[in-house]
Design a binder for this molecule. Structure first.
Ligand SMILES: Cc1ncc(COP(=O)(O)O)c(C=O)c1O
Length: 438
């Protein structure tokens, strides 16, 4: 059936071929893109709410919030006005020796809502840099204290970003293969299940004393395949890990800002992290910004008359005022009661859809956490390289929906402003697609 549809899809893509597409193909190197086989990129000229519009006026429901960032949808005028105002007041200033209102206010507001005893906010540029900073904080914490703990503990199937430190603490995979020899050694353990929890606890007891920090994506491992695991088991593991003196680093780059149904996935846990990484939804998907939050205990380990104990890390755009202003506006919208209700509502609709998915044997492991719905299609080998992903993306685009499965893992992670009708369209497409694989 997919082969039959190809001519129509080719026609659609041919029709989309514009001078912008041609110009793009000559000069742009896209992320995660095999340029030899990729179809021409779609020229997007506008975004409003959940919809992206191409140059022919066709609209696409952004069913994955543009790589999980656009939590309030596109073209939000409230955030846009705050960005404009900030850009005309102070667009950028070096962040050592200077400070500014948006950076301080954002830090104050984040500290007041983050689950944990965090007391400091370190700004960087994106999720990967937020993770780099976290790893450096954890390793240098022990070095500043004169203790030899230099290994990192992480979960299998984790994804923490594409820079070298972030790749090192991520699962060795297709993404990291050419670089594996250059990545530092990490102790990897499985995510906890009722069957393996005691084994994991004993690994932690054995390895714990040499470990500086443990990095984890709480409740949902995103790029690793939207793998979901239980808060209670994670709590058990965190208690043992923290008991060994290991610093706990919660990577909430994807799960933060409402994604899991609560503001942060850490709210489902009793155990509090020592370091937290945030990005993606932080600015409502409008600007690049990363945050690494740290506790006072951590911060104090860097206070010294000896300048060598300084955290020597920074980026040209650290705490960019426009990005901070965008984040403040995004937080306003996020915390509105009507928005929190939308988040809960999306979660309920996902739960209801899961019951429907149970009817199809081709659907494996259907699951949902908050606004994230995911399942595997039983079609070929599991994993990122499975051709189901690109095929569903094409089919969905032809129906005015943007989905980007991770191999045969199909997921739906909408902006919170998605309408009922738009949700229906996506669910309807998912059923159509499941039927075609049945
Ligand atoms: C959990 C997690 N950490 C870190 C990153 C890296 O973020 P960025 O793409 O902004 O570098 C991602 C990106 O998907 C992520 O999901």
């Amino acid at each position: 059936m997919h082969a039959d549809r190809r001519p129509i899809i080719n026609l659609i893509f041919a029709a989309m071929s514009t001078s912008l597409t041609e110009r793009d193909r000559k000069v742009i190197w896209h992320p995660y893109t095999q340029h030899k086989t990729i179809l021409p990129p779609i020229p997007v000229v506008k975004g409003k709410g959940t919809l992206l519009y191409d140059d022919k006026g066709r609209s696409y429901i952004d069913a994955i919030s543009s790589w999980w960032v656009s939590i309030h949808g596109h073209g939000n005028s409230y955030i846009a006005e705050r960005i404009y105002k900030q850009a005309t007041e102070l667009e950028q200033v070096i962040f050592t020796g200077f400070t500014h209102e948006p950076a301080v206010e954002l830090a104050e507001r984040l500290l007041s809502i983050l689950p944990g005893d965090f007391s400091r906010i370190f700004y960087s540029d994106n999720g990967s840099t937020a993770v780099e900073v976290a790893i450096k904080m954890a390793i240098q914490y022990w070095s500043n204290k004169g203790e030899k703990r230099n290994r990192i503990l992480a979960f299998h199937d984790s994804y923490h970003g594409d820079t070298f430190g972030a790749m090192s603490v991520s699962e060795r995979s297709l993404f990291t293969a050419p670089f594996n020899d250059y990545l530092f050694e990490v102790v990897f353990i499985d995510t906890p299940t009722p069957d393996n929890i005691y084994e994991l606890l004993s690994i932690v007891r054995k390895e714990g004393p040499s470990i500086a920090g443990f990095i984890y994506e709480p409740l949902v491992q995103g790029a690793g395949g939207m793998r979901m695991y239980e808060a209670g088991l994670l709590d058990q593991l965190l208690a043992e890990i923290a008991g060994q003196g290991v610093l706990c680093i919660a990577d909430e780059v994807m799960t933060g800002f409402g994604r899991t149904g609560r503001l942060f996935a850490g709210e489902y846990l009793r155990h509090r992290a020592d370091i937290m990484c945030l990005s993606k939804g932080l600015t409502g998907g409008t600007m690049a910004l990363g945050v690494t939050a740290a506790t006072q205990r951590l911060f104090e380990a860097f206070l010294s008359d000896d300048r060598r104990k300084t955290l020597f890390h920074g980026h040209s755009f650290t705490a960019n005022p426009i990005a901070c202003a965008a984040s403040l506006a995004s937080l306003d919208l996020l915390l509105e009661e009507s928005n929190l209700q939308r988040i809960r509502h999306i979660g309920l609709r996902h739960e209801a859809f899961l019951e429907k998915l149970a009817l199809y044997p081709v659907v494996k492991n259907a699951r949902a956490t908050g606004t994230i719905l995911a399942f595997e299609l039983d079609a070929g080998e599991d994993g990122y390289i499975n051709a189901v992903g690109p095929s569903i993306t094409k089919e969905a685009l032809a129906r005015g929906i943007y989905l980007r499965p991770l191999g045969n893992t199909v997921y739906f992670m909408p902006p919170y402003c998605i309408t009922e009708n738009e949700m229906d369209q996506v669910y309807h497409f998912l059923v159509h697609s499941i039927v075609s694989y049945s």
